[in-house]
Design a protein around this ligand. Sequence first.
Ligand SMILES: Cc1ncc(COP(=O)(O)O)c(C=O)c1O
Length: 481
Amino acid sequence: MSPGITVNQNIAEMEYAVRGPIPQRAAELRRQGKRTIPCNIGNPQGLGQQPISYYRQVLSLLEAPSKIARERRLNKLRSSAPAAFAGLAADDFVSDYILDLCDEMLAKFETGLGAYTESKGPLFIREAIARFIDTREDAESSGAPRSDPEHIFLTNGASEAGKNLVDLLIADRRDGLMIPTPQYPLYSAAIRRAGGCQVNYYLDEDSGWTLNRSMLEEALAAATRDGVAVKAIVVINPGNPTGAVLPKESIREVVDFAGQHGLAIIADEVYQDNTYGATFVSFAQTVGSQDVPLFSLHSTSKGFCGECGRRGGYVEVRNPPAVTNTSLSFMDLLLKQASVSLCSNTIGQALTYLMVCPPAPDSAPHKQFVEEKKQVLEDLYNKAALIRAAFAEMNGVECFGRTGAMYLFPRLNRLPAGTTDFDYCMSLLEAVGLCTVNGSGFGQRAGTNHLRVAFLPSRELLEEVLPRWVEFHNAYVNRKQ
Ligand SMILES: Cc1ncc(COP(=O)(O)O)c(C=O)c1O
């Protein structure tokens, strides 16, 4: 018999509720042939959201370049003999704009999508990201510092960027990162894995899950008293699980706080398109020309793109911190980390390019692109409103803040004595088939209970399931103790 091996205790202790016991039970129920609705995760296409046609048309041709010439031949034939194609619609053909774009992208990729790229990702994509950021910040007229393509790394989703940063920043078991409570558990898991300290700062539920300076100071002071060396603060905006879209003042407070205490900022901005009418204020804009280290993360998984399985994303670095214990710079170290995995996946890279380069306003695919984008975002908002309306019929349920990201995070004020939000979510799954995540999986103030639900199922499915949830809820909270 093998003598057995010792494994990394940090990995053994890592927790990630989004794929925890409740989703695991849901998988078991599905294997038994029961229907479950996976609202535990922000995976839009997993719940039927249709991909944006523009993205898929380009990606499919990049994967099968020989078809580009074929599509061109078809377009030529069609214009010379339209009658021969009478049974086909215009969108059965690929526009020359898309064909040209594919040729151009393949030429810039140089070695196709099957080859490794530069570790940071191809320069043309990093340049496009830098232009996208400059346009978003209106750098031209505001005079804000320009984004530097050399300070951008393409990553396998934002998760990889988050994990790499945490790995790099935690140099000692007394090193800590401030993370919001509640938070998306990528950060708590990455800190646990790196063997550092998690320093919680609380978001203010009653004021719509925003944050304020005194809460940040309190958390930092407590950590310092405990001997923790705090290196950075993580902010998720728009928030997961809270959905909060932070106002400019909150972001300014974080930047001032970080500047004053010499902390880096990790700004997880993957939901920057999921604001539903609110204004997204980036950390890059607020940092401006101040010398505060900033890492901003973006992804192709969210927004209206929703291509979670493509694993596209990037991190942009501003004001990289000085490094004291090696002659390598912070950027050298990030490059070293990226180099160990050789490069991020090329389809994710290509999709990231498309995310930052929507079709030109006068181009053939523009109209359909804009319509599909609008539809996805409108549907998301309307589905959130449907769920909020159901909360109003549930005894003791309050949902604070405006709608943002892809989640609602209501407070369950009336759970029967001795039960927790975990028990509630498990029972909800068993009774209704709805898979949600208990608030304790994200962290929450002691004595409160919540759940997170992704507002992603189709309207029809919600209309069917929500009345059953309301019924379940009111029976659950009113049951005899
Ligand atoms: C706040 C936040 N950051 C990062 C991620 C991970 O995104 P990606 O799919 O790009 O790794 C998620 C996924 O839900 C998220 O909610």
